[in-house]
Design a protein around this ligand. Structure first.
Ligand code: ZN
Length: 295
C-alpha cells in the first residue's frame, strides 16, 4: 500500500530531526566543518548526503569503487546523477586505480599468499584506508558514514559475542578514541535511524538507489546476528536502540587513557599490537614495495 503524502512528509521530517539531534548531541561536526560522506550510492549514504545538504552543511561525497561489476557500476552511476542534481561535489577513486586491481583480484593475491579473509573485511579495510587518505589530502575535517541503527546493534552484539572489548569501546556515533594527524575523524549521523526507516525515507523521496545487498557479501555470521535481533524485536520493538544505548552508557563511563591504547608500528592507528590490519593487507597486496597510493 503506498504511503499517503502526509505520512511521507512526517517520516521525512522525523528522520531529518533525528539526524540533526545526533549531530548536535554528539558534536559530530558544525556548519564550519568540511564534511565528506563515504558514499557508495546505496540508500543510507545517499540519504545522508541528501539530509546534510538540506541542513546546509558543507558536504561532499567520496566514492570508492571496488570494481566488482554491475552492482557497483550502477551504484556509481546513480550517485553521479544524484550529486550533479543536488550540486554536491563528488570525488571518485577505484580499487583498480589505487591498488592495481578489483576486489576479487586483490582477494586472489591475498589467498595466494595464504591470507584467507572475508571479502567484506578486505573491502571495508581498503575502502576506509582510501577514504581516510583522500579526506586527509583534500582537507576534510570529518568523514561521515551511512551506518544505521541496525548495523550498530549488530556490531555491538558481535563484539560482545567475540569478547572484543577493544572494538566494543571504539564504537559510538564518533568512532575511535584516539586523535591522530594521520586520521580524519569518522562519525555516524544515522546512528539512531533504523534500516526500515532509511528504506522508507529514501523511497518517500524517490532517491535513485537500488535496494539490493552487495553480491559479494558473504557475512553469514552477521546475517545470523541480524536474524536473532529481528526475533527479539517481536518481544521488544526497541531492542536495537536498547542495545546501542546500553553500550553507549558503558563507553561514556570508561575513562580511556591514551597510553592504554596500543597503536600500529607503521601508521599509528589503534591496533591490537604490531602492524594493524590495514598495513598488513597493504604490505601483502603491494608485495612489500612501499609505493604510495596512486590516483
Ligand atoms: Zn597501520
Amino acid at each position: 500500500m503506498p504511503i499517503r503524502e502526509e505520512e511521507k512528509m512526517g517520516l521525512i521530517e522525523q528522520i531529518e530531526t533525528k539526524v540533526k539531534q545526533t549531530i548536535q548531541e554528539y558534536k559530530l561536526f558544525t556548519k564550519r566543518d568540511k564534511v565528506a560522506v563515504a558514499a557508495s550510492g546505496g540508500k543510507d549514504s545517499t540519504s545522508l548526503l541528501y539530509i546534510l545538504k538540506r541542513l546546509n552543511y558543507d558536504v561532499s561525497a567520496i566514492n570508492v569503487d571496488p570494481n566488482i561489476g554491475e552492482f557497483t557500476k550502477r551504484n556509481l552511476e546513480n550517485l553521479r546523477g544524484f550529486c550533479s542534481k543536488e550540486g554536491i561535489p563528488l570525488i571518485e577513486v577505484s580499487f583498480r586505480d589505487a591498488f592495481g586491481g578489483s576486489l576479487c583480484h586483490l582477494n586472489s593475491i591475498l589467498e595466494s599468499k595464504g591470507i584467507k579473509l572475508n571479502s567484506c573485511t578486505v573491502c571495508g579495510v581498503l575502502r576506509r584506508y582510501l577514504i581516510n587518505w583522500i579526506a586527509l589530502e583534500r582537507g576534510f575535517d570529518v568523514v561521515a558514514t551511512g551506518h544505521n541503527l541496525d548495523d550498530e546493534a549488530e556490531a555491538t552484539l558481535m563484539n560482545i559475542f567475540r569478547n572484543d572489548t577493544m572494538r566494543f569501546f571504539r564504537q559510538g556515533p564518533v568512532v575511535g578514541v584516539t586523535t591522530s594527524p594521520k586520521f580524519v575523524q569518522r562519525v555516524k549521523p544515522l546512528y539512531f535511524c533504523t534500516e526500515l526507516q532509511m528504506t522508507e525515507f529514501s523511497k518517500a523521496l524517490g532517491l535513485p538507489v537500488i535496494y539490493k545487498r552487495c553480491p559479494c557479501a558473504l557475512t553469514s555470521y552477521r546475517n545470523q546476528v541480524r536474524g536473532f535481533i529481528t526475533q527479539l524485536e517481536a518481544i521488544n520493538p526497541s531492542v536495537r536502540e536498547a542495545i546501542v544505548r546500553f553500550a553507549l552508557r558503558e563507553i561514556a563511563k570508561r575513562d580511556v587513557k591514551q597510553e592504554e591504547i596500543k597503536v600500529c608500528d607503521e601508521c599509528g592507528q589503534p591496533s591490537s599490537g604490531g602492524l594493524c590490519k590495514t598495513c598488513q593487507l597493504l604490505k601483502t597486496i603491494r608485495g612489500d614495495n612501499h609505493e604510495g597510493v596512486s590516483g
